[in-house]
Design a protein around this ligand. Structure first.
Ligand code: HEM
Length: 255
């Protein structure tokens, strides 16, 4: 065997290309279905990485290794940004082509992505999005909340508490508390990137099947997906913007 053949074999083994490339199984004869399958698989791989890194970020925050946690959270925001951009590829699956194979999907929907829900719960949505979200997640996947006893949001609030300073003060004296400030900005960027993905997913869905349409998962796009736009892992960091505004004499509604 030549050196090159040996290297090829190593790559094939390490990346598991045989398993990976034999996993694109079409359920219709439509040539555009391949793109639909591949893009979902790409997202599932990114979800896997996000779950992996969120768990690591929780451990790092608990150890007060803020520098490394900040780096990882910044990278997660980038991954979410890439996922967001990738929706643009799917927008070039035409709505008419999609309808030609959509009936084959039956009840299959992204709603059933266990990894997406794990990522949301691990991020802390069961704490920050309120009781209805927690009930909904549990109804889909019983035991999912208990399976993530440590969340990114709770690890973050523990860091805030240990710092002994309100978030507002960190922002006002940001260069004096640069590490905390960087962490908080990485966290809000992660939230923003996920919110951006949610928004662009909804636009893409509306372009594909229309906003008043029932999804293959049984929900109605405008009624189910649009309210998810308000979900945040770090609501405290969004609220502090109000505090900064009022501290500078600006007006914020009571809501
Ligand atoms: C033709 C493309 C797509 C259409 C028409 C579509 C449509 C929908 C609809 C209608 C829902 C609401 C649940 C339902 O009733 O089905 C949904 C949820 C969801 N979709 Fe998509 N989707 C598409 C592509 C994608 C892609 C590429 C991903 C990436 C994994 C994805 C991930 C999700 C997730 C995670 C949810 C659950 C969101 C939540 O519960 O907040 N979708 N999708």
């Amino acid at each position: 065997m030549t050196d090159f053949e040996q290297e090829q074999l190593n790559y094939t083994k390490h990346i598991q290309t045989d398993a990976l490339l034999s996993s694109q199984i079409q359920i219709s004869p439509h040539p555009e279905e391949m793109l639909f399958v591949i893009i979902h698989q790409v997202f599932e791989l990114w979800f896997k990485q996000l779950i992996h890194d969120t768990g690591r970020a929780v451990d790092l925050l608990e150890k007060d290794d803020l520098a490394q946690a900040t780096w990882l959270i910044q990278r997660m925001a980038r991954i979410l940004g890439v996922a967001d951009t990738q929706l643009g590829v799917l927008e070039m699956l035409s709505a008419a082509d999609f309808q030609e194979f959509r009936p084959y999907l039956e009840s299959s929907s992204g709603l059933q992505s266990r990894q997406f829900r794990d990522f949301e719960v691990l991020g802390g949505l069961a704490e920050t999005a309120g009781e209805p979200y927690a009930r909904w997640a549990e109804s889909l996947w019983p035991g999912i909340i208990a399976s993530h006893p440590k969340t990114l949001h709770s690890a973050f609030t523990a860091v805030v508490k240990r710092s002994g300073r309100p978030i507002l003060e960190i922002y006002q004296n940001r260069w004096g508390h640069f590490q905390l400030f960087s962490l908080y900005e990485a966290c809000i960027e992660m939230d923003r990137s996920l919110a951006s993905w949610r928004h662009n997913h909804i636009q893409m869905v509306k372009r594909m099947i229309g906003g008043a349409t029932q999804g293959t998962g049984g929900t109605f796009v405008e009624k189910y997906l649009e309210p998810t736009l308000k979900y945040r892992f770090f609501p405290e960091l969004w609220d502090v913007r109000h505090e900064l505004t009022t501290a500078a004499g600006g007006v914020v509604s009571d809501q």
